[in-house]
Structure formats: structure tokens, C-alpha cells
Design a protein around this ligand. Structure first.
Ligand code: ZN
Length: 126
């Protein structure tokens, strides 16, 4: 499938498309259950993204910035939910297993050169 490179043009700036982020996440780890991803031009007060469990849908609120971090965070919820049975096991959404998954995804993203951030580089060089 060709990845749409076109960006989402908003009053806050231009952002990569939903397909760009789906491709980015699949390159880190190919999840087993399909999911929907939306890049939304809204800035809710309290969150940069959300995972809607029943719909397997990730929403990234573009004006917050840090979109790759947010995408990985919400993707970790998707994997936690669909592949680790978090609901069945009564795991809290931000319990230890969630942070293990998030940490592993972030680690792979950095190792594969998909997530390049100045802050991470500084720590890596320390
Ligand atoms: Zn979360």
C-alpha cells in the first residue's frame, strides 16, 4: 500500500497524515489486530491522544505536538488491550504491563532510527 505523504494542514501548522503514523507504528512492531488512527485538529485541555478500546481507534490531537510519542503511547494501549488481554486480566490502563510495552516500543523505535529526538540523543551520549 502506498503511504500518503500529504500532510494535515491546520491553523496550528502542518502535520503528517494518519497513514504516515500507521506506517511508522507498523515499522516499530506489526500488531496482530487492525486499528484505526485519526490525526485530529483539536486541542483538548487534558490529553494529547486517546485510545478508544471498543473501536480499536487511536486519536492523536495534532496541536499538542510530540505526535510520535503520543502515537507510540496510544499504540501501546492497543497492543496491551488486543494482545495481552489487559481487560480480561483486570490490568489498569497505565499499569506496569502497559509501561513495559510502551518502553519496548520506544526502545525499538530508537534502535531502528525511527524516533530521533535531541533529548534521547543527549541521554544516549551521557
Ligand atoms: Zn494512556
Amino acid at each position: 500500500m502506498a503511504i500518503k505523504k500529504c500532510s494535515l494542514r491546520t491553523m496550528y501548522g502542518d502535520y503528517p497524515s494518519a497513514d504516515y503514523f500507521k506506517d511508522f507504528l507498523h515499522k516499530i512492531y506489526p500488531c496482530k489486530e487492525p486499528f484505526e488512527l485519526l490525526v485530529v485538529d483539536k486541542k483538548p485541555k487534558t490529553r494529547a491522544g486517546v485510545y478508544i478500546y471498543d473501536a480499536h481507534r487511536i486519536r492523536i490531537y495534532a496541536p499538542w505536538g510530540h505526535l510520535k510519542e503520543t502515537a507510540i503511547h496510544e499504540y501501546a494501549h492497543h497492543i496491551h488491550y488486543t494482545e495481552c488481554g489487559s481487560k480480561a486480566h483486570g490490568e489498569r490502563p497505565h499499569g506496569p504491563q502497559f509501561w513495559e510495552i510502551y518502553g519496548a516500543l520506544m526502545c525499538v523505535a530508537v534502535q531502528k532510527g525511527l524516533y530521533v529526538e535531541e533529548r534521547v540523543e543527549k541521554i544516549a551520549k551521557f
